[in-house]
Write a protein that binds this ligand. Structure first.
Ligand SMILES: *Cc1c(COP(=O)(O)O)cnc(C)c1O
Length: 409
């Protein structure tokens, strides 16, 4: 007998749970799109996004998903035939690089596998070699994913910037923060990021549909100096969106009215909590998840994908199982209990996209202890129902970890 009843729980790494206040803010008639409250609201949204990003410049907003932000960012920086060095720590980093290839950009990939972040000594080697080629450095930009949502590996972006500085290389640093934005610490200007991309459906708790690119003055200068071989087409061009002659030009046409209302409510929730508290809450919940998985793994086939806690995302956790246990577990949780876990995405270029021996827990956005403990308790129940070997005290330890956080330890 399935006990899935009442409100289903989505524990995938995006879209994340949408707060009632966000949904309610969207439940209203369409506004004027040429003036009135929407203009001030869009200004406030851009300003607040820049504050969370710690970016002096406001973002450009596209009606689109993360892939739209990927394409927009590449198209505004590169001309066809220019060189990109892509640091890959999972499927998302690879996807961004593939998109660059599709735009006619020359891509070199440094693949660091699926369990560790980018090794900066290899980056320094590549950049140093690039400086020595005839005609000076060719690599125009480097792409890196802060937290790759497939592997849950988190890169050390300041270390990547330090490596670029150590090699004295002028490339732009482009960072995918789609999984991390409003979940994990980000300091765009302080970390020396030139271009950063994000979306609204993960830490920002809003239905999928808004994509953001943040670009510093160096990146905008790169856009301005693109020649006729530029990749960017009029719709994706930063320039009219940064300096619109009338309000809808900021969005390349009709603004995403209701998404803006929803996002405004989400930004209010984040401001009320305080972004540093939001980050700490995500880190605390991530540690609770790791504690539970380690306990399950003590006596069975479950294991965290990323061995070193310092290399793990605070927004998503990838878990390995034996054979096809991950798929059986996900299906049980969804059908029998109304909890949806993230599918396993394999990291390698040659492998199938999905894996039956991996699953992911999204722990991003609108989340509290009953939601998190409910997810972990449902997984524990599924392990029992499916006779998958597992350590016995995962829930006890998870509860203890939450009690420890609460006591300020
Ligand atoms: C979700 C995600 C994407 C892709 O976003 P879509 O909205 O699915 O296009 C890209 N990169 C990262 C790190 C993500 O988490």
């Amino acid at each position: 007998m399935s006990l899935a009843h009442g409100r289903d729980h989505l524990a995938i790494p995006g879209p994340s749970v949408i707060p009632s206040r966000v949904l309610q803010a969207m439940q209203r008639p369409a506004p004027n799109i040429y003036g009135g409250e929407l203009v001030a609201l869009a200004d406030s949204v851009r300003a607040d996004l820049a504050t969370i990003a710690r970016s002096a410049n406001e973002p450009v907003i596209y009606l689109g998903n993360g892939h739209a932000a990927w394409e927009a960012s590449l198209a505004n920086v590169f001309a066809r035939g220019e060189h990109l060095l892509a640091l890959v720590t999972g499927r998302f980093g690879r996807g961004w690089a593939r998109m660059a290839d599709g735009l006619g950009i020359e891509v070199t990939t440094l693949d660091f596998g699926a369990t560790t972040p980018a090794d900066t000594s290899r980056l320094i080697e590549s950049l140093t070699a690039d400086r020595r080629v005839g005609g000076g450095p060719r690599i125009k930009a480097i792409t890196a994913v802060l937290s790759d949502t497939s592997t849950s590996v988190r890169n050390d972006i300041p270390a990547i910037r330090a490596a670029m500085d150590a090699a004295d290389h002028p490339a732009l640093l482009m960072v995918d923060a789609i999984c991390s934005f409003a979940c994990e610490p980000i300091d765009m200007d302080g970390w020396g990021i030139d271009v950063m991309v994000a979306g609204c459906q993960k830490g920002l708790m809003t239905p999928p549909g808004l994509a953001f690119t943040f670009q510093n003055d160096r990146a905008i200068a790169a856009r301005r100096s693109l020649g006729t071989a530029r990749c960017v087409t009029p719709y994706w061009d930063w320039l009219p969106r940064i300096e619109p002659s009338m309000f809808p030009e900021r969005f390349g046409g009709t603004p995403p009215t209701h998404h803006l209302f929803g996002l405004r409510a989400a930004l209010d929730l984040l401001a009320e909590e305080g972004i540093e508290h939001v980050w700490s809450r995500h880190e605390a919940f991530a540690r609770v998840v790791w504690t539970a998985v380690e306990a399950w793994g003590a006596d069975g086939g479950l294991a965290l994908q990323v061995p070193d806690p310092a290399h793990r995302s605070h927004a998503v956790t990838t878990i390995g199982t034996a054979a096809d246990d991950a798929t059986r577990l996900r299906e049980w949780c969804e059908q029998e209990a109304g909890v949806t876990l993230g599918v396993g995405l394999s990291a390698g270029a040659a492998e199938a996209v999905t894996s039956d021996a991996l699953f992911r827990i999204g722990h991003m956005g609108h989340l509290n202890p009953p939601m998190l403990l409910g997810t972990l308790g449902t997984i524990d129940t599924a392990l029992k129902a499916l006779d998958i070997a597992h350590g016995s005290d995962a829930l006890d330890r998870a509860a203890g970890a939450i009690a420890g956080i609460n006591r300020g330890r």
